[in-house]
Design a protein around this ligand. Structure first.
Ligand code: ZN
Length: 295
């Protein structure tokens, strides 16, 4: 089954909903970063929500979600573009915690308290940033609060990752939002549906698809967008060479002399790029280039 994200409106246009299944994406993140089960759940829930938020982007726009908590995982960073390409990492992927009192992965304990940031890169020079305090660190609750306070959109967000020691069994989520023009009846109907709904993880365990999740939160959903979701990193040898070059000549010479070359790791995909001493030599700024930069 391929990963997909859906966007839909209720027949009367009062409610918007998004849903996704992102099992392959989250399994790819787990394999690349060697994440523990609780780190997989935290990163996977964030990646699922980002994949759905990406459905609202246009053209070459992209968004970055950063969950900066004071828990042992450190920060979670996920990047998504309008084509459904998603990448991400967590500072401390090895962190493992005992199950919480409910016998579930303790995502809230691993994330801790702090702030959720969303940065939208609209191309050219426009970057919009907004944030909200983390509520529980369980990710779904934190995005629910974020949409209410930062985007003034009453919302409910659910995200779940079903994982065991061997890998990700299923991952996905939903976002449901009340749009301008909604009435009290819409609020009540939605609260009732959400109140009766089982967790996303339970639904995924029973084999729920993105369409199933969507129709659970919005029975009369009219689908307006459907997009494949997949892992993709934008890093390359050239891009990371630019980071090396920015260290300056002294640092480059030290790397050549002490290590005979350099290794640069991309945070987002964990790929390692190796540069020989000869390649570093070629990166040194020439006297001529220095003169140009002084002008
Ligand atoms: Zn990369």
């Amino acid at each position: 089954m391929t990963d997909v994200a859906l966007r839909a409106l209720s027949a009367d246009g009062h409610v918007r909903a998004m849903a996704c299944v992102a099992t392959e994406l989250v399994e790819t993140l787990r394999r690349r970063h060697h994440t523990s089960p609780v780190a997989t759940a935290a990163l996977g829930r964030t990646a699922s929500v980002a994949a759905m938020m990406a459905l609202m982007l246009k053209g070459d726009e992209r968004l970055t979600v950063q969950i900066k908590g004071d828990g042992p995982l450190g920060s979670i960073v996920v990047d998504a573009d309008s084509h459904g390409h998603v990448r991400g990492y967590v500072d401390h992927p090895e962190v493992d915690l005992p199950l919480n009192a409910q016998g579930k992965l303790d995502v809230g304990g691993a994330v801790g308290r702090g702030t959720l940031y969303v940065m939208r890169d609209m191309g050219l020079r426009d970057v919009y940033s907004s944030s909200a305090a983390l509520q529980t660190g369980e990710i779904g609750d934190d995005f629910t609060y974020y949409f209410a306070v930062s985007e003034q959109t009453p919302s409910a967000v659910g995200a779940g990752v079903l994982v065991d020691r061997t890998g990700v069994i299923a991952a996905g989520g939903f976002i449901v939002q009340l749009l301008p023009g909604h009435g009290e009846a819409d609020v009540q109907a939605l609260e009732e549906r959400l109140g009766q709904m089982r967790s996303v993880t339970d639904l995924l365990r029973d084999g729920a698809t993105a369409h199933d999740l969507l129709h659970r939160v919005l029975p009369d959903a009219v689908i307006t967008a459907e997009q494949p979701v997949q892992f993709r990193c934008t890093c390359s040898r050239d891009r990371l060479a630019a980071i090396l070059r920015s260290l300056g000549d002294d640092e480059l010479r030290a790397l050549m002399e002490e290590q005979g070359g350099a290794e640069v790791r991309c945070h987002f995909c964990n790929e390692v790029y190796r540069y020989s001493a000869e390649e570093l030599q070629a990166m040194l700024s020439t006297p001529q280039a220095e003169e140009v930069s002084r002008e």
